[in-house]
Design a protein around this ligand. Structure first.
Ligand code: MN
Length: 195
């Protein structure tokens, strides 16, 4: 057996801890089934691909086709699920990240408004991302399907999944309401640690 198989990272919270933004049922499918399937598909595709032994980020930067799609979804979902904390005690950015948000967006409220607008306005499946560039400037981008800002040379900090599987059990067609609810569970210490 290859020694570099990717595995499902444990959640840093209980499966029912993110409700109502994300229900336990959605976690069971989205984390337990969808993410596990992307991991299994990636591991199955690696032998003989030239990507064996490379890091997940290296694969996402360099691969195309099925390997890119599955590696991108593994990286995106791993970052997504690790960036949340239990509902009920919303936090805000602090320190250097808070200063950068004020500099580049005007305020935290303006960042949230632009992030939600770009998430709600992404046609079809994909991800909205907050990233930083080589100079530490913050940028919000829309990435279709399995896209990740590392493909543009950016450092990804925060992401909301706008594939329907991320919210349909809980919010049906109300994607904007789901995105608005996610601010309650973002762990800004995790986001800041990526900056
Ligand atoms: Mn997803």
């Amino acid at each position: 057996m290859s020694s570099n198989l990717f595995t499902l990272a444990a959640l840093p919270y209980e499966q029912d801890a993110l409700a109502p933004a994300i229900s336990a049922q959605t976690i069971a499918y989205h984390y337990g089934k969808h993410l596990q399937a992307y991991i299994n598909n990636l591991n199955a595709a690696l032998p003989g691909s030239g990507f064996e032994g490379k890091s997940l980020e290296e694969i996402v930067k360099e691969a195309e086709g099925g390997i890119f799609n599955n590696a991108g979804q593994v990286l995106n979902h791993t970052m997504y699920f690790q960036q949340f904390k239990p509902a009920g005690s919303p936090s805000e950015p602090t320190g250097e990240l808070a200063a950068a948000i004020a500099r580049d967006f005007g305020s935290f409220e303006e960042l949230k408004a632009e992030f939600q607008k770009k998430g709600a306005g992404l046609f079809g499946s994909g991800w909205v991302w907050l990233s930083s560039d080589a100079e530490g400037r913050l940028v919000i981008t829309q990435e279709p399907n399995a896209g990740n800002p590392v493909r543009r040379g950016l450092k990804p900090l925060l992401t909301f999944d706008v594939w329907e599987h991320a919210y349909y059990l809980d919010y049906q067609n109300r994607r904007p309401d789901h995105l608005a609810a996610l601010w309650d569970i973002v762990d800004w210490d995790v986001v800041a640690s990526r900056y």
